[in-house]
Design a protein around this ligand. Structure first.
Ligand code: FES
Length: 83
């Protein structure tokens, strides 16, 4: 079993842990959030989230570790995420 050593801080201030390669959707669910989806192929942008200031498309991007092993997720364009 992979070690869950990447800490993720979500817009609702919850924190979860994930492993490198985990998918964003199930990890967001563990924090009680649902990332919006559309095409699920990387072309529509519905699933865009900001991770440490970098915009990614959650449907085509796995969770990757960084040096600090802390990923701060935010979404500024969708009012659903702004609480
Ligand atoms: S769901 Fe369309 S880009 Fe991710």
């Amino acid at each position: 079993m992979k070690k869950k050593d990447i800490k993720i801080k979500w817009p609702n201030n919850k924190e979860t842990y994930a492993s490198e390669g985990d998918d964003w959707f199930s990890t967001a669910e563990k924090a009680g959030l649902g990332i919006p989806t559309g095409c699920l192929t990387g072309s529509c942008g519905a699933c865009e989230i900001d991770v440490n200031g970098e915009t990614i498309r959650a449907c085509v991007t796995d969770i990757k570790s960084n040096k600090k092993s802390l990923l701060k997720v935010s979404l500024t364009t969708d009012p659903f995420w702004e609480n």
